[in-house]
Design a protein around this ligand. Sequence first.
Ligand code: GDP
Length: 305
Amino acid sequence: LARLRGRLARSGSPFGARLLQVLSRDHLSEDDWDELEETLLLADVGAGPAGELIDALRTRVRVEGVKDPTAVRAMLREELVRLVDPTLDRTLATTRTVRDDVEVPAVVLVVGVNGTGKTTTVGKLARVLVAEERSVVLGAADTFRAAAADQLQTWGSRVGVPTVRSDKDGADPAAVAFDAVRRGREDAVDVVLVDTAGRLQNKAGLMDELGKIRRVITKEAPLSEVLLVLDATTGQNGLNQARVFGEVAGVTGIVLTKLDGTARGGIVVAVQRELGVPVKLVGLGEGPDDLAPFDVESFVDGLLG
Ligand code: GDP
């Protein structure tokens, strides 16, 4: 968590520095409040939430008669924490479940547009689980590009877990997902992580493909999680993606990647509102250890720099 805080502090510092600058003024003018709101917008918090936060903060400053910049800053921190919502359950469901009196693996389906960091996230998550002494099988259901299965298998070898894949290009992704879960059942593993392709050109096609994957998986075991991977650097575009996947995939949690490369961490707020599900994990780099559970307090401290 210290590492998360440090990295976010670095990525978020322009936001924090600007806020600090405004908040160091003794009396906040109308322009100062506008500047604060603009700073929140620039961090991708979204217009609705930014407006709410400013209203709440202004009211508190007035009602409580606060003038000291340090106290205003502390209030801003509290309001940001409230906005990101510490009450959401962010635990990842990765324990074995029971289906027809038989114990079966937890199945985690990972969805999202290509390039957002799905495969990398699956690899990092496998590493986290293995470090917790859980057994894992990877399913390479992104059969659209052979390179995707190779990339996943490389992660599998690196982490020391098997990868179920097809040798044919363009094989049925649902069949691969089914095989992976079957293998997970046979080997009594704890968690099956299924990587998928994310072609957004055609919503109906995506819906069909993800729908079929879901159906065949749930013949073997219940889906424990459907994680949507979003690239934090894509702003509004990421929100549009969230909307589409939210409609077609039954998302239970969000993984926000590439937070190391952006000061726009406010997207966390916008995307949680859009989908009504919490950000559960964040990607903070390309390496195997660069995945962290999302922690509201560290996140807000990072934003404030
Ligand atoms: P996929 O097509 O969705 O499976 O995306 P990949 O897993 O292949 O990732 C696309 C690129 O993003 C790769 O170069 C990854 O190394 C990089 N990437 C993934 N996650 C992160 C992250 O959290 N931070 C940074 N900086 N890069 C990342």
